[in-house]
Design a protein around this ligand. Structure first.
Ligand SMILES: [Zn+2]
Length: 55
């Protein structure tokens, strides 16, 4: 199961998240508020253990 988290939401689990648009990696800690993608300003991220391009 893969959750998409959005900018402004609070992450419940720390780790590396990937922009759903460009694949940019951001590292967040539990309780952090999700920023917009620093690369493309997209507002959606997924947390995956490995980078994959699935659109
Ligand atoms: Zn992006």
């Amino acid at each position: 199961m893969e959750n998409v988290i959005k900018t402004g939401e609070t992450v419940s689990e720390g780790g590396v998240y990937y922009c759903t648009n460009c694949g940019q990696q951001i590292e967040l800690k539990a309780g952090d508020t999700v920023p917009p993608c620093p690369k493309c300003t997209n507002n959606g991220f997924t947390k995956t253990d490995q980078h994959e391009n699935r659109f």
